[in-house]
Design a protein around this ligand. Structure first.
Ligand code: SF4
Length: 259
């Protein structure tokens, strides 16, 4: 019987980079899934996305953004009206308070503009480190790693870190990749978590990372069973990428809600 020696730091970095390259090929459509056209809209959308799917947030925001265009609009919002608009995203009373307070603080401290620095962003109502990194990466082109539940699960499955604290995960993974790649890497990892490597029943048998992943086998490895677990508009392409007949992907996979 042969025993495998533990992976060296260099080995882990190389495998991490390979995973990164594979994800780039697997998810060419990766992007921030919260619709927005400026930093304020993205800040608002990320606050609404707490405990809610991005899809639901995107259903609510067109009307919201048309009605509230500036920080001053949120600062002076009629609470009942704002609550009604965002109610479908859940926890709407807390979220309404966050949005009104966000508007006030932006007006009082930043001339109504969303600041482009992490240290400033995390002092704003409803904006934690994860949200701040989303805003920096997508509205200011400042590289940021977004450690959400998908990101955390996947990097642990890949054995890239044993950390469990999000800030420590952010630093550990940041050290494995060039800074300029951080934002897109985050999108790709989250895409993979939503479409392939689900929390329960990951689609291991239909995963482009199978050879690089120590957790291969956590979900079904048989192609037909794994293909049924793929999700999103590119589910058939994801199957084809690993040599599985795309017809094994059920039609509803393309329109399935990704968590
Ligand atoms: S092989 Fe399985 S556990 Fe590993 S990344 Fe792919 S789906 Fe996730």
């Amino acid at each position: 019987m042969t025993t495998r020696s533990p992976e060296t730091d260099l080995g882990r970095t190389r495998r991490a980079r390979r995973i990164g390259r594979e994800l780039t090929a697997t998810h060419p459509d990766a992007h921030c899934e919260l619709d927005h056209s400026n930093a304020l809209e993205l800040a608002v959308a990320t606050i609404l996305s707490a405990q809610c799917t991005d899809k639901k947030v995107n259903e609510v925001t067109p009307k919201l953004f048309a009605r509230y265009r500036s920080a001053a609009d949120y600062a002076g919002a009629d609470r009942t009206e704002l609550e009604e608009l965002i109610r479908p995203t859940g926890f709407y009373r807390n979220k309404t308070s966050s949005l009104i307070n966000l508007g006030r603080q932006l007006c009082e401290r930043y001339d109504g503009e969303v600041p482009g620095k992490l240290a400033d962003l995390v002092t704003l109502p409803g904006i934690g480190r994860k949200t701040a990194n989303v805003i920096l990466g997508n509205a200011f082109d400042v590289p940021g790693i977004t450690v959400d539940t998908h990101f955390q699960r996947l990097v642990q499955r890949w054995g890239l870190t044993t950390e469990t604290d999000p800030v420590k995960i952010e630093h550990a993974i940041g050290a494995l990749y060039p800074k300029r790649d951080w934002t897109m890497l985050s999108h790709r990892i989250i895409f993979h978590g939503r479409r392939v490597c689900h929390a329960r029943k990951p689609a291991c048998g239909a995963c482009t990372l199978a050879r690089l992943c120590p957790a291969y086998g956590t979900g079904p490895t048989e192609p037909a069973a794994a293909a049924k677990l793929l999700k999103g508009p590119r589910a058939r392409d994801l199957a084809a990428a690993v040599g599985i007949d795309p017809d094994l992907v059920p039609p509803q996979a393309a329109v399935a809600d990704v968590p």
